[in-house]
Each structure stands twice: as C-alpha cells, then as structure tokens.
Design a protein around this ligand. Structure first.
Ligand code: SF4
Ligand code: SF4
Ligand code: SF4
Length: 220
C-alpha cells in the first residue's frame, strides 16, 4: 500500500488561492469558509497594507494537515475515533466522534475544524482527497493539479520512482514544528534563491535530506 505525503516549493507561491478554491470545490466546502482543510499563511513583514506591500519581506506558506506518522490528534481522542489508514493517511471514524475536541487542542498545526455539513458533526481536515479523487482512482489531489505555479508534489513516499521522492532526493527540505515529535509528512523545499532561503527559514530550523528522513517516514 502507499504512504502518501506532499512537498512544497514554497518559494514559487503567488498567493492566488486557486488551491484553496479547488479543495473546497472537490470536498464540498462553502467558498466563504475560512481555514478549512487548506489555507495559505502570509509570513514575514505582514504589517504592510495591500497597497504598500514590500514584496521582498512577505512570503507564503501552504498549510494543511501534515498527516503525521505519530499524530497527536490520534493519541488525544478518548473515543479512539482517529486512525491511520493503509495509505498512511490519518482518518476518522466519523460516527465515533463525540466532539470532545481534544484532537483539535492536541494538533500542533491547528489543522482540524468542525465539519457541520451533515447532521452528525465531527472533526475534519485534509485527507489528501482520499474520499474524492483517490477514491475515483486518480493520482493527484485537487490543490496540486490546480496550482498554477506547479509547486505542490504529491505521491507515494514508499515509491522511489514517484515524483515526490525524486524531488526530495534532489532538494533539501525542512518540516514545521519538528520538536512536536509528530513526524509530519509535509515537506518544505529549501528555496533555490539563497537570499530568499535566509529570509524565510527560521533560525534553528533543521534542514533534512531524504536519505536520512526516509527511515523515519517509511519505517512502517
Ligand atoms: S497535523 Fe494535526 S490533525 Fe493532522 S495528523 Fe498531525 S496531529 Fe493530526
Ligand atoms: S490534498 Fe485534497 S483535501 Fe487536502 S488540501 Fe489538497 S485538495 Fe484539499
Ligand atoms: S495555488 Fe499554488 S501558487 Fe496559488 S496559493 Fe495555492 S500553492 Fe500558492
């Protein structure tokens, strides 16, 4: 079975939000809803207003559930509603969720939200389009296929020939909030532009190669 993950060449992001719109369309989320499954974080000197923005001091980070190898949301759920499926995707038994919301509190990435689309509400998040595109036999996610900058790489981390593994073998990367110990499966590629890399990578961030990271991510 697969072990899905995603990598981002975040240097290329133009903050167009096409990925967010595509995700909402694919997964039945109303367009006006904020912070659902996927969101883009503006970082750097964000105090500048829209008309006076300093393009050199602002950058954009693609945010969604990290589909962690060791998910704190799973550990926190008293109903044991959260599980990791055969493709390495962190899922929820919707009917078991009683909205205690411990999972939302436990997630270091603030990735979960309450899905109130159906009569039974439950906590939801990005599941790599598992119930929509992957279920139809497609091999891409909605956000990935729509991104005009083509900065999203999605695929099977256990498959050395997959596009994502080939990219991770070529480029160093970092992960977010590594100290939380969740072993996230979203990888942010170190920018090719050294100045941009220096400005956007936080001090103390560990830079990884796929050679050393794959033993942690693909051990199961
Ligand atoms: S990012 Fe949060 S919600 Fe997603 S698997 Fe990790 S701990 Fe769970
Ligand atoms: S992988 Fe699918 S569900 Fe996850 S953020 Fe992208 S479009 Fe949304
Ligand atoms: S579609 Fe691509 S370029 Fe546009 S905001 Fe999303 S990640 Fe950035």
């Amino acid at each position: 079975m697969a072990n899905y993950g995603m990598a981002f060449d975040y240097e290329l992001c133009i903050d167009c939000h096409a990925c967010e719109v595509a995700c909402k369309e694919e997964n039945g989320i109303a367009l006006g809803m904020d912070h659902r499954r996927l969101w883009i974080e503006k970082e750097g000197n964000t105090k500048n207003d829209f008309w006076n923005i300093d393009k050199n001091s602002v950058f954009f980070m693609q945010m969604q559930c990290q589909n962690c190898v060791k998910p704190l949301c799973l550990e926190a759920c008293p109903r044991k509603a959260i599980y990791i499926d055969e493709n390495g995707i962190v899922r929820i038994h919707e009917e078991k969720c009683d909205l205690f919301l411990y999972c939302m509190e436990a997630c270091p990435y603030d990735a979960r939200y309450i899905n109130d689309k159906y009569k039974h509400h439950f906590t939801d998040k990005c599941i790599f389009c598992a119930d929509t595109r992957l279920a139809r036999g497609e091999t891409t996610t909605a956000c990935q296929i729509t991104c005009p900058a083509k900065l999203r790489y999605f695929g099977d981390l256990n498959d050395e020939k997959s596009e994502i593994v080939q990219m991770l073998e070529k480029r160093d990367f970092f992960v977010l909030k590594e100290n939380a110990g969740t072993i996230p499966k979203l990888f942010y590629l170190v920018p090719k532009d050294k100045d941009f890399a220096n400005k956007t990578i936080k001090m103390g961030t560990k830079i990884h190669t796929w050679k050393e990271m794959k033993t942690k991510v693909c051990s199961s």
